[in-house]
Design a binder for this molecule. Structure first.
Ligand SMILES: C[S@@+](CC[C@H](N)C(=O)[O-])C[C@H]1O[C@@H](n2cnc3c(N)ncnc32)[C@H](O)[C@@H]1O
Length: 272
């Protein structure tokens, strides 16, 4: 099988499936996906063809490409991804941008709760080397992936803490508490599309709002004066999250849209 035949194995010309085929071939052959067309007559080795066919079968069975290749680009970083982590989504970059635009001290203390691959914490650390960043998760194997990603990108200023939301932090204070917590309603009919990713990363009680609420309430005891909480949520949860913030006494509550024009991030400030 040559590269042209491999590219055409699945999907219509110009389709997303064909693009995925190209990324898979890049991963397997180490030929840049942009150069594949120029090398279309090159034959795959027997091992490459077998690896490619197996990878295609996994994707057709519903696994995300990132689980098959073991990595996912996020912000400027290439992150290791395993079945213990959520695949970081491009819309979460809006959360990173929102935090970077805040007026904060030079040496801001920032915590990313439920860090998964480390996507948010490591992106912030890469942009703001003077910040003191902490990343947490409730699941040790997930935290190990985030630590690996920090080492890969030489971001050794990031501290890692195992535990539930802000419980591990005693009397510690932060200028920013950021999180992309689980926020999908367990009854959501689209959950079957996400069946290969860990449920602990996705589902939350109270129609998806239980973890967002816990973070909003716990954060009050861990924010510096005028500190911020910045949370990702579902496209239809902005009103509910704004209400939770206001009810808890926060000010300057506002929502930011994602690249698709959906409400995606709500932030609020703890007053004087
Ligand atoms: C939606 S994923 C987000 C992962 C990553 N921050 C991202 O944006 O790609 C939620 C993460 O929260 C973690 N998590 C779930 N419940 C938690 C809890 N009670 N305390 C801390 N982390 C939790 C999960 O293990 C998962 O890694």
């Amino acid at each position: 099988m040559n590269i042209q035949q491999a590219l055409a194995l699945r999907g219509e010309p110009e389709s997303y499936e064909r693009q995925e085929n190209a990324w898979l071939l890049e991963h397997i052959t180490k030929i840049d996906s942009f150069d594949l067309v120029m090398k279309k007559d090159k034959e795959l080795t027997a091992e490459q063809e077998q690896a490619y066919r197996e990878a295609i079968a996994r994707i057709e069975a519903g696994e995300p490409l990132a689980y098959v290749t073991g990595s996912q680009p996020f912000w400027t970083l290439d992150l290791k991804v395993t079945s213990d982590t959520l695949v970081p989504r491009p819309d979460t970059e809006v959360l990173v941008e929102t935090v970077l635009k805040l007026e904060l001290p030079e040496d801001a203390r920032v915590v990313d709760l439920g860090t998964g691959t480390g996507a948010i914490a490591l992106s912030l650390a890469s942009e703001r080397p003077n910040w003191s960043l902490t990343a947490t998760d409730i699941y040790e194997p997930t935290l190990e992936v985030a630590k690996f990603n920090a080492e890969q990108h030489d971001l050794d200023q990031v501290q890692f803490v195992l535990g539930s939301w802000l419980k591990p932090f005693g009397r510690q204070f932060f200028d920013v508490i950021v999180s992309n917590p689980p926020y999908i309603d367990p009854a959501d009919e689209h959950m079957h599309n996400l069946a290969t990713e860990p449920q602990r990363a996705l589902i939350s009680d109270k129609k998806g709002l239980a973890d967002l609420e816990q973070i909003i309430l716990q954060a009050k005891k861990h924010l510096t004066v005028e500190g911020w909480v910045v949370l990702e949520h579902g496209y239809d949860q902005a009103d509910a999250v704004q209400h939770l913030f206001r009810q808890a006494g926060y000010k300057k509550v506002r929502t930011v849209k994602d690249y698709g024009g959906n409400d995606r991030v709500t932030l609020a400030q703890w007053p004087h």
